[in-house]
Ligand binder design. Sequence first.
Ligand code: BTN
Length: 265
Amino acid sequence: MAFDAAALAAQLTTQRFGRELQCFEEVGSTNTVARDLARAGATEGTVVIADAQTQGRGRLGRTWVSPAGRNLYMSVVLRPRLPDTRLGQVSLVAGVATCEAVREWCDALLKWPNDVLAAGRKVAGLLIESEGEANNRFLILGIGVNLNTTRDDFPEELRDKAGSLRMATDAPVERERFTASLLGHLERRYDALHVHGFEPLRARWESLSTLVGAQICVEEPAGRVEGVALGLDDDGALRLRLSSGAEHRVVAGDVTVIGGYQSGS
Ligand code: BTN
């Protein structure tokens, strides 16, 4: 069934996010459509949703599997009033908001930087792309949430790692209801970042992640490192204590907890 924009509008609790909405049956990537709208002057909070993506993009150049009609593929135009050094915080805040929305359906936790896991499987991922300089800067926040995918919908290589809210709860999830909840969490957390700063959100991120204190392994673009996760730096980087005692900052990569993930609080 096509995404019902009127049903979303009826459930929205936000002031700005999702009030400008464009829905499509199929696009290459909602991030590309939203980027073009932002270039043409779209206001903050403008949302693009597609029923299907033919070229869904993931982090680190990966593909985001985007079958039609089951899940949420959404991009939001953001125009943060933050210095460049703080832009990384937006992606962590968006991860917190997405995790909070998923937790209205089932237990979930965060894996750095902003993957959401439920029942040990990745159910949501975020891709933030930025463009422009200083006062003209905008971010495109792309969020993919597997709502109703079943195990067989995933390609073979993802079947043991990827999941959906339906797989975690054994019940279908209404896309419009989930989207309204997500946009509500997102606007609230994003506004709080501007008003109250990163400190309360860092604490919230850390409470939704079981990473702090865990022995982890990170596949960075430059190679593999292991250490104990210490927490988040001010720019959103993950701080690690290496066995040498030195501190190491992770700015990009894939994290695995040695010994597996525990359920969060
Ligand atoms: C990840 O690799 O974890 C990030 C996945 C992000 C997927 C979403 S779906 C909506 C938006 N459009 C895209 O092409 N990617 C993002």
